[in-house]
Design a protein around this ligand. Structure first.
Ligand SMILES: [Zn+2]
Length: 317
């Protein structure tokens, strides 16, 4: 853990004081985050925008890659369904489209709100092993590309392909782009939104699933918040940040939903107890009654728009 941030160095302290989402530089609040998932500690300077309440790292660690070691981003191999499984999944998706609901996978809802058509060109940014793209191919979607700079190599599967490519190096255009918990790992959200102009077809839609500072847990627990996840999370928006960036870059925010989970409560409580997430047995730390109540509380927070993560649906004007 080589320190990149020296509190004695005023020049370092003064870096990135402006909100990368809305550009506000007035009255922003500065605080320090610590690496808690693996218990590595350290001090990472963050800012909180006084205008849109986004949280942003003030300087990206030069050794950021080293914080992704361990179990953080291990790819499980893509699990392919057999012929019968694929057929059943396709039938289930068709039934869903006709309004027959059978305990559906959550991506059916994403696709519905994205107005997905089989002919749409779809890209998943930060796709990991491509499991979601594989599932979409079973639903009948035909052009599916995943981008992830952390892949070992680019590879093609039956029905979709994965590319070891940075988001900013994408050259093709798409009708649907999805960011499933990848935006928070990119330091410059305005550049991410600006890139949409280039890679999104007219009328194209975007799904951004991301932690948000609208969450009550963030407001109450601050740097112990599970999803602050210093120093890996470089930028965490609020609903307002997303709205402001949409307005600025010619997008319409046409739908949003909170989809936070029980981990906002038990993860944050672990960090308050000084325990890392990695290597801690949650079932020994909390009773099953407590864990159930966390799940119920997450549902309630989502209804009240106080959950700590959300799905944003945008379309190109
Ligand atoms: Zn802001």
């Amino acid at each position: 853990m080589d320190g990149y941030f020296c509190p004695q160095n005023m020049e370092e302290l003064n870096k990135r004081t402006i909100c990368p989402a809305c550009g506000n530089g007035l009255d922003n609040v500065f605080f320090t985050g610590s690496e808690r998932m693996f218990g590595l500690g350290g001090e990472f300077p963050y800012g909180e925008c006084a205008r849109c309440t986004a949280v942003f790292i003030r300087e990206v660690p030069i050794d950021l890659g080293s914080y992704y070691s361990g179990n953080y981003y291990s790819f499980r191999e893509f699990r392919q369904s057999g012929t019968v499984g694929r057929m059943l999944k396709k039938m289930r998706y068709k039934a869903y489209q006709r309004g027959i609901s059978l305990k559906d996978p959550v991506y059916f809802r994403w696709l519905s709100l994205l107005r997905g058509k089989p002919s749409d060109r779809i890209a998943d940014i930060g796709c990991g092993n491509g499991q979601l793209l594989g599932e979409l191919s079973y639903c009948g979607f035909q052009t599916l590309h995943g981008y992830d700079p952390f892949l070992d190599s680019s590879r093609d599967y039956s029905g979709f392909s994965l590319r070891k490519t940075d988001y900013f190096d994408i050259e093709e255009r798409y009708d649907i782009l999805m960011f499933h918990h990848s935006l928070e790992h990119l330091a410059d959200p305005a550049a991410v939104f600006g890139m949409l102009e280039k890679i999104l077809n007219p009328g194209g839609r975007v799904l951004i699933r991301v932690p948000v500072t609208d969450g009550q847990v963030w407001k109450e627990e601050r740097e112990y918040w599970f999803q602050l996840d210093a120093p890996r999370h470089l930028f965490i928006p609020s609903t307002k940040s997303i709205q402001l960036m949409a307005d600025r870059f010619g997008l319409e925010l046409y739908e949003s939903e909170f989809d936070s989970l029980d981990n906002q409560f038990w993860g944050t409580e672990l960090y308050k107890r000084g325990k890392p997430f990695a290597g801690t047995d949650i079932k020994k730390e909390f009773t099953s009654k407590e864990l159930n109540s966390f799940g119920d509380k997450a549902k309630l927070y989502n209804q009240k728009q106080q959950g700590d993560q959300a799905c944003f649906y945008l379309r190109k004007r």
